[in-house]
Design a protein around this ligand. Structure first.
Ligand code: ADP
Length: 464
């Protein structure tokens, strides 16, 4: 290894909050790196800031979300505090090429892929083009920003309804509309554009066929700065509500071995075609006849990375930090000499406990947590955010409270452990979705691995 290429980090700033900030602080500490938190005024009493070695208020009077989007302020704070690198987590600035560019221009390492890759892959239209060029299958669609309604009408003439309109920069299940007839199409296009402009700053939208009840399968990728890229196998993230993931598991055991292998190979092919570095996820939909289609790539750490970590034994966040320091995958720090070094051990399931009330259509609940007693025991991993007895849950951010990851040698036992752990949780003062999660985990269709992205819609009894 060329020692010149290694730039050891002494201090890392995490430009994020909540559970993912804590997750990254832990990885840094294990690597002997000092941690720097930023927090908004609304997060003054949040737990995550106490888990860092230093923490600084950011974005005064800017608003709860805008504070974490204050690019110039974050960079100048990092420079002032002698920070070497910034980890963006997920959401906020994680996929923002301008932020990555400004970090690097300021001499700070951005812990993520290159600016060029962020530009290409952060946009669903250009990333679909990358997939087409790499000969990875995509869903039939108009793979450019739609300018005129005639383009959309021509598409449905050839391909029929239903179709889905998606914002090029959409994320988190937002910016999508399912359209089932011409009247809806005429209405939806303009409103989708203006909504996209408002939510994501760019009005570009595109159209593709809406698949009937597919499975969402995604592949974890890890690449270093020297062109070495591996996959860490796949996750099944089909349990979704309003296109947002709720429960994820790995491996996706209900797919045939052949299909799993093909999807992982295609993910790798795509990542290699852009010389991907750092951690990323290639997402696919699999239709009922077993065809798989690329939908997007997330060039960042994902909420559900934990299931992959526990079945492979690889700490993905540590790898991100080591890769950004210049360590190759085959270094003694990372120990991935090639694809053969990635072994899958058992089954893992992640359940996202949120402060939402399933009996009130998942309305976010806020207020003080009176009791917060967590589960533990063999096969259970918790990644918590702001949960402790006495903590205040505010309405300003997403409602993820703690992630429960269960791991065992069989899927059945991983489910038993997950259910046991959820029942062992004792949280009062704010409502949580725990009863709903248990209903999903104990449903026959889920247990067989057969739930698709419509599972929650199709099973209203889960809400009881
Ligand atoms: P986001 O970036 O907001 O997460 P994605 O493109 O990853 O959006 O899609 C999120 C979810 O929306 C998918 O997992 C799937 O459930 C649904 N979806 C997206 N595109 C289609 C499609 N063409 N057909 C059917 N469902 C889709």
């Amino acid at each position: 290894m060329d020692a010149q290429k290694i730039k050891k980090f002494k201090r890392v700033l995490v430009a994020n909050r909540g559970e993912i900030a804590i997750r990254i602080f832990r990885a840094c500490k294990e690597l002997g790196i000092r941690t720097v938190a930023i927090y908004s005024e609304e997060d003054k009493t949040s737990l995550f800031r106490t888990k860092a070695d230093e923490s600084y208020l950011i974005g005064k009077n800017k608003g709860p979300v805008e504070a974490y989007l204050s690019i110039d302020e974050i960079i100048s704070l990092a420079l002032k505090k002698g920070v070497d690198a910034i980890h963006p987590g997920y959401g906020f600035l994680a996929e923002n090429p301008e932020f990555a560019r400004k970090c690097r221009d300021a001499g700070l390492e951005f812990i993520g892929p290159s600016v060029e890759v962020l530009e290409k892959m952060g946009d669903k239209i250009t990333s679909k083009q990358v997939a087409i060029n790499a000969q990875v299958p995509v869903i039939p669609g108009i793979d450019k920003p739609i300018q005129r309604i005639e383009e959309a009408l021509n598409f449905v003439k050839d391909h029929g309804f239903p179709v889905i309109i998606k914002a090029a920069l959409g994320g988190g299940g937002r910016g999508m509309r399912i359209v089932r007839n011409t009247d809806e199409l005429l209405l939806a296009l303009d409103s989708a554009k203006s909504e996209a402009k408002k939510a994501f700053g760019v009005e570009d939208v595109f159209i593709e066929k809406y698949l009937d009840s597919p499975k969402h399968i995604e592949v974890q990728i890890l690449g270093d700065n020297y062109g070495n890229i591996v996959h860490l196998y796949e996750r099944d993230c089909s349990i979704q509500r309003r296109h947002q993931k709720l429960i994820e598991y790995a491996p996706a055991f209900s797919l045939s071995e052949k299909l799993r292998k093909k999807i992982c190979e295609d993910a790798l092919k795509l990542a290699k075609s852009v010389n991907y570095s750092n951690a990323g996820t290639v997402e696919f939909l699999v239709d009922k006849t077993g065809n798989h289609y690329f939908i997007e790539m997330n060039p960042r750490i994902q909420v559900e990375h934990t299931v992959t970590e526990v079945i492979t034994g690889i700490d993905i966040v540590q790898c991100q930090i080591l890769i950004a320091q210049g360590y190759p995958l085959n270094s003694e720090k990372i120990l991935i000499g090639g694809q053969h070094d990635i072994q899958v051990n058992g089954y893992a399931i992640q359940s996202r406990i949120t402060t939402e009330d399933p009996t009130q259509n998942f309305a976010p609940d806020t207020g003080k947590i009176d009791v917060y007693r967590t589960s533990s025991g063999f096969g259970i991993r918790l990644d918590g955010g702001n949960g402790f007895t006495g903590s205040i849950i505010t309405p300003f951010y997403d409602s993820l409270l703690v992630k429960v990851t269960a791991h065992s040698r069989t899927f059945e036992d991983a489910v038993s452990k997950a259910v046991r752990a959820l029942k062992e949780m004792n949280i009062s003062g704010v409502k949580t979705n725990i009863p709903f999660l248990i209903n999903v985990l104990t449903h026959e269709t889920f247990l067989k691995g057969l739930a698709n992205t419509n599972f929650i819609n199709e099973n209203p009894e889960l809400f009881n």
